[in-house]
Design a protein around this ligand. Sequence first.
Ligand code: KIV
Length: 272
Amino acid sequence: MSSINSKAKITLKTLEALKAKGERFACVTTYDSTFAEIASSAGIEVLLVGDTLGMVIQGHDSTLPVTMQDILYHLEAVKRGNVGSLIMGDMPFMSYYSEGLTLDNAAQLMRAGAHIVKLEGGRWIAESTRLLVERGIPVCAHMGLTPQSINRFGGFRVQGRNPEQAQTILDEAVFLEQAGASLLLLEAIPQQLAERITQRLRIPVIGIGAGRHVDGQIMVMHDLLGITPPDIKVPKFVKNFLATSDNSIRAAFANYARAVKEGSFPGPEHSY
Ligand code: KIV
């Protein structure tokens, strides 16, 4: 089982080595320096400065209003609190629609403290992935329920339930690995599909609502603490770790990390 001390630095190599050994790793969203320090000290390998900040910090009903400036502001704060985790910076809606914009925006995230950037999409982000990777910027591809596309999906809906859709997600995941993606994040897909993809890919696969047969898990920190804003429907894959941690926030993050690593979270009740 891996853990972080204040000197250890988690890199992509660490995550690849964990996958090779069949050991799971934990990831969480953080948006400020206080929670970054708590999560990182708790042994959580990856901190995502995600565009979910639009919903849990800014009170919007989707991630679409989030701008590059918003992500940069929170990323700089997370960088100050981090004590050794890998920091992932999210590319917000419409920040990667052209080559120039993709490169400029990803470079800004890396300068602000990200170690890897995350882009939502399938085959169509392969070119951006190649472009970034060739210039030294690692990419995490986010597939399945990609919240920046909720208007196309007609809401926050589980993806990949029918065989054709599942095959497309698998094929596109392979395509993005070949394009150079270093990590894949799968959101809200059936657990059998996530398991097939994880077995097929060499790169580490992170899941949220994708069952337990993936290499790492990620959770939105507000969900982990049971403080999801009341107007957001809490998805089935969420577990409140504060409730079982004696109301200690530090213990809640540590218990989440432990549960992921020992494989007790997510359970069947959190999976599709
Ligand atoms: O942006 C984000 O916070 C995310 C999480 C849902 C994993 O992608």
